[in-house]
Write a protein that binds this ligand. Structure first.
Ligand code: AGP
Length: 609
């Protein structure tokens, strides 16, 4: 879950560009940073633990010679977040340096083999093995070119990787390679770039080339060559144009990406309503014909799947099974088959658990469908049909606009299915279509009318030691998402469960002043939720309710309440009802003095299992 970047410029120093590009990748990991450039046949390395700005203050990452260089921002998996474990890592001679995103699963075996051959390792990382492996291959086969030595070394590596490799042997080139971890190239007149994600080079180009698993790339000032790792055969692939602007990847005056992205949801939801009918039709046709449908994802995307299972059932009478991707293989790996359909949901399209679950199902001939926010991501490449959720780049680690855009697309699919299956009346479908088209304005109203109030509520409960998030029906998914947001950026232990479960155990935790957030749209569950609120109040809980505007009944039972516009159908309610929970988490994190964009121990795209 690191960010790698490399560039071969046809003139000028590479370091300043590598530095600014790593800043655009910092959401992928911020334990340490490092850059290596090559000039006059020598490799220069600057690296240290800490965030990029902190390290730059001491080391001046812009001041390095050479127009060829690689860089890395780290999320520690192997070896503590210390300078010695920060990338780039080199071989014994310092003539080969490597940056890496992923996990080399057989690194211990390779390391001891190389140590027995006299190699001296300085770090606890898996990555350092690659530099020494290439060194050893060249030592034993001096006739090989650097590229051939890398190819041979890659055949020994098991696990996930995106590598960028520099060597004094061929100082005008960078070699990069990919297996599972994301890798994309950027091209313009000044040079070529390789990166873990598109925002890294959006400042300098929107021409990108997607790299597939099992591919190696040679970057040179005049272009790039792609080869198959398995047999070295050449692959030609033209660049595509990315319709994202650099502005989309910067804060535009907001203090944090998260609050900028929360405010972008009105526009993003409008984009989702412009998705071509053809794709919605195609994907919903597959769902309609499916014998069994698994909704597979992780984290926030899983909560979108949970909400979708209510939408598909209520509107189309289609039973679907939301499954945590990290549990899919254990839970369904043996039973999934040719009659199974997987709808995988992932903003990044690169989450390793989701890719593994989908790959397992694909190997058993299941049909793979997906929703993702990154066109060209791994998930799109293993999907029979996929839909892009049109949210634009999401930089804040906490997913916000990608959640509501996923829900909007899932609701549109459920409506398509409802039409196909004729399970609900045309009037109801038309009514829902109208409400769907009003979602952007509903969300806009929530932000405009409730943000200040939510700031006060965040201030009031900032010292709470624990929170409950409860809902019934589809609001269970909204409650789960509220819980995740508060935990991941404000670090307050929070528990979410269907409100009906309270009396089966969790209510034993409740005592005076215990904050309980209730998500309660005015739908079929409204009556029973009031009962659950009463149960909690009877034990002294402080009730914070997300309610429909003017809901006097629950208002009178609440210590604090946040209002969402009237008349939002239950199946669409997770979209506007999630926004106050995003804001509550954001302002609570601020009250606690945390940086909401860079929550500790987390990273944006979880590319290891
Ligand atoms: C959500 O805020 C988190 N960033 C995390 O739970 C995330 O939803 C999860 O890792 C799944 O990511 P994906 O949607 O990119 O697959």
């Amino acid at each position: 879950m690191c960010g790698i970047f490399g560039c071969v410029l046809n003139q000028g120093n590479a370091a300043p560009l590598i530095h600014s590009s790593l800043k655009h990748l910092e959401y992928r990991g911020y334990d340490s940073v490092g850059i290596a450039t090559v000039s006059d046949g020598k490799i220069v390395v600057k690296k240290d633990q800490g965030k990029i700005d902190e390290v730059h203050r001491f080391l001046n990452l812009d001041d390095m010679p050479g127009s060829v260089g690689i860089g890395h921002t780290r999320w520690a998996t192997h070896g503590a977040p210390l300078k010695v474990n920060s990338h780039p890592h080199s071989d014994c001679t310092g003539e080969i340096v490597v940056v890496h995103n992923g996990i080399i699963e057989n690194f211990l075996e390779l390391k001891s083999e190389l140590q027995n051959l006299g190699h001296n390792f300085v770090s606890k990382t898996d990555t350092e093995v690659m530099a020494h492996l290439i060194e050893e291959v060249l030592k034993q086969n001096p006739q090989l070119s650097f590229q051939q030595a890398v190819l041979e070394s890659l055949k020994r590596i098991q696990g996930s990787y995106a590598f960028a490799i520099l060597s004094t042997r061929e100082p005008d080139k960078i070699i990069c390679a990919r297996n599972e971890s994301p890798l994309v190239l950027g091209i313009n007149h000044h040079g070529v770039f390789c990166a873990s994600d598109i925002p890294a080079f959006l400042d300098v180009t929107n021409k990108a080339v997607m790299i597939n698993n099992g591919e190696l790339v040679i970057l040179k000032a005049d272009g790039y060559e792609i080869k198959k790792i398995s047999d070295g055969s050449a692959i030609t692939r033209e660049p595509i144009t990315i319709d994202w602007t650099p502005e989309m990847a910067v804060k535009q005056g907001y203090p944090h990406f998260m609050i900028k992205e929360i405010h972008e949801q009105t526009e993003v939801l409008r984009n989702t309503l412009r998705i071509q009918d053809h794709y919605l039709d195609l994907l919903s046709t597959f769902l309609d014909r499916a014998n069994e449908v698994f909704l597979v994802a992780c984290g926030t995307s899983y909560h979108a799947c949970l909400a979708a299972s209510y939408m598909f059932s209520k509107l189309a009478f289609l039973p679907t099974y939301p499954v945590y991707a990290s549990e899919f293989i254990e839970q369904h790996g043996k039973s999934v088959n040719i009659d199974s359909t997987i709808l995988a949901v992932s903003q990044s399209g690169e989450t390793a658990d989701t890719i593994a679950a989908v790959t397992c199902a694909q190997q058993r001939a299941a049909t793979i469908l997906s929703l993702t926010n990154v066109i060209g991501s791994s998930l799109t490449r293993i999907s029979r049909v996929y839909i892009g959720t049109q949210a634009g780049p999401e930089i804040g680690v906490a997913a916000t606009k990608t959640f509501t855009s996923q829900l909007s697309v899932l609701a549109q699919l459920a409506l398509k299915l409802a039409k196909k299956r004729g399970k609900v009346s045309q009037d109801e479908i038309d009514e829902l279509q109208i409400k769907l088209s009003k979602l952007p304005e509903y969300v806009d109203t929530v932000v405009k009318t409730q943000e200040e109030k939510i700031k006060q509520i965040a201030k009031k409960y900032v010292d709470s030691k624990v929170f409950f998030f409860l809902g019934r029906g589809i609001s269970t998914a909204t409650a789960f998402e509220g819980r995740l947001k508060l935990m991941e950026i404000a670090y307050i232990p929070s528990i979410a469960f269907p409100a009906g479960e309270s009396k089966h155990g969790p209510i034993s935790l409740v005592e005076d002043g215990f904050p309980v957030v209730f998500v309660c749209p005015k739908d079929d569950t409204h009556r029973t939720v009031i009962g659950n609120i009463m149960e909690m109040k009877a034990r002294g809980a402080h009730i914070i309710s997300i309610i429909e505007e003017g809901d006097q009944e629950i208002k009178s039972l609440s210590d604090d309440y946040i209002e969402v516009p009237k008349g939002i159908p239950s199946v669409l309610s997770p979209i506007p009802f999630a926004v106050p929970l995003q804001l509550l988490a954001y302002y609570t994190a601020l009250e606690k003095g945390y940086n909401p964009d860079m929550p500790r121990n987390l990273a944006k795209s979880v590319t290891v299992k």
